[in-house]
Design a protein around this ligand. Sequence first.
Ligand code: ATP
Length: 745
Amino acid sequence: MPSYEEELPQEQDYLKRVTDLARARLAAQQNVAATEKRKLMELNRQMYENTVHFSHDFDKLTEANQELGDIQTRTIHYQMMMKKLALYERMIQAPYFARIDFTEDGFEREPIYIGTGNLTDEDGLDAYVYDWRAPVASLFYRCEPGRVSYTSPSGEISGEMELKRQYEIKSGRLEYFFDSSVNIMDDVLRSVLSKNASPKMKSIVETIQREQDVIIRDLDSDLLMVQGAAGSGKTSVALHRVAFLMYQGVTGGLSANNIIILSPNALFGRYISGVLPELGEENIATKTFEEIFEDYFEGGIQLSTRNNVLERLCADGEDGRRDLLRDTVEFQLSETFCEIIERYAQLYERSLLEMPDVFYGGICIATRQALRAELLQSRINMPLAKRLRVIEEHLMERIHKEKKARLKELEQFVLEHPEHQFEVKAQARLLSIKEITSLAHKVRSFTRLNIMGIYRKLVGDHDLFRRAAGDLPLPPNLDEILDFIASGLKRNSAGYADGMALLYLRLILMGGKPSDEIKQVVIDEAQDYSPVHFRLLQRMMPAARYTVLGDVNQTIAHEADMTLYDRIRIILGKQKSTLAVMNKSFRCSAEITAFSRRFLDRELKQESFDRHGEEPRVRTAPDAKELDTLLIEDVRSCQQQEFGSLAILCKSFEAARELYRRLIEQPGLAELRLVGEQTGEIGRGLYVMPIYMAKGLEFDCAFVYGVDEAHYHTEDDRKLLYVACTRPLHRLYLYAEGEASHLLR
Ligand SMILES: Nc1ncnc2c1ncn2[C@@H]1O[C@H](COP(=O)(O)OP(=O)(O)OP(=O)(O)O)[C@@H](O)[C@H]1O
């Protein structure tokens, strides 16, 4: 076998060829792109001038419309050019990170260099670098040298893998390379994981693990679910999978507007926003359910956020009130509540929707019976709101038909009553307009649905609620729950759980907005969603495929176990569903993972990647002042050790704010920042925040404050501690005033 020194010149030579080629490509593409840009700008200018000039000429406007189509096509083409330019720029810096030598049965040995994009020669026949998403690259992630096979679009391909090599290339220079075995791969991963946390999530393309790769490349499942321990790479896998599905775009797969990523809050959305661009893909906007609500209600109802509910559930307060809020929210987001809303919607249509006789000029143009008959005869699978619109149109047509005759009557009326302002015809027309306007208003009072009003009627009338529920199981404290909901409803604003129920009611009564273009829905932190969320998605995007990732041990203020995944499968109703499990945590050191294990459901195993650090420490003090002193000491010590991101985690925002006020006074802690609902982004530095806002994020060091028995003693608290203790990569400290909670034992 040739030695490192013998191989080095060949490798350097290959790198030079590849970077030279990337440079040449970049230069050529830059010229083409510059010409294309000029053309596009010229077309845009012409289009603008023509549209202004011909704004009254229909033919010219049609022509302009066609031009607009051309511009859009050229813009897409231009964007693809820009993507290529970015790829060549990346390749000049580091064109590949791995190589495998593969001899396909019946062919010659071929070195396959793997990077974040494809690079071929001019005619596209010889590949210099393969994209990590190409089928052959899966050998690098899944196999050891020896007899191997991979799945390509044309079927299973077998052969011999002779070499598996990794490279460190910086600024176009080969720093070193090594031939990898399992142990060496682990060393590389250990070195990657030992680094400090970064403010934005990073790509893991060079160290994707076998079980992660299987999930990333799955093309068979309509519903792919992943239960993964904290820090096992769920979010990373989700984003690499999105990049993979977009790569399939070349062969008829997905573009950015075919994918939606649901994120628990805006802060998390921003944290993950760097990964796809780093992989050379367009970023995909993440959405929260609060934003989806806003898309439908368009500012008509102000919705309070889920974080707001979590705060009320986690903050200090009267236990009874908190329990009632928890019961209420749990019930509102449940399957039963959805079922009740569905039954209520039917009841509303059949017997609660009141339609009066409609009179015009003293004549009945439609009786209530006729209107009801028309409603029932209309297409039953059309949402009620649409059928009512048809009725409204019919009524207005009838009114317009009678208008002339009615005008004659009104002229006669005006003649008989001489005390009017204008001449007879004008006065009659004025009366006619007023009459029709008021009638249209009356018609709309029953053809236009007021979702908030309909919902308020349901939750405000206990008998009606029970009637709608029929034989469904109801909570024992239903009356209390309904009073609690009704008292919280305002005219133009709603709590988060009300909002989800309102959205569900709206989709049933008014139908969804067409969103056939969404083909893949990615849901991270799935354990935070309830049946209503999955039912909403099912109604909004029935044809989409789903990737759902969660950890039932990380629920906050509600219960979840492995049956969560069965329920998701049933609600989404997908034929081909798969549940994968990822147990190994890559985020925390082995000591932190071992410590966090005490908060886990025993049935779910959790392993740690073999990376070691200091043991977590539980610190206690008799009063808050002394406890603060210990905390400050630890924070300073971590800062001196050059840890860049530090988070002090409290049970609620209220507790975080109180601690913030005390600490900000301390010398040397001026950079401390309080993270709340309004915080857009967090970078390196020292933060204090509620645990529920730290979900999905990671820090070098975490300081979990206030873990005394009084604050942490329930099952919910146990899960909250699990979330908090699995945030740090390197250091974990916990602080209790008096005795620490028994949950820490
Ligand atoms: N194969 C890998 N190679 C390198 N780093 C990895 C790998 N898998 C995961 N990581 C790292 O582990 C950390 C945790 O990953 P990630 O946030 O995706 O986990 P998670 O399961 O979503 O966590 P949580 O349950 O807390 O939401 C990140 O820093 C990520 O970069």
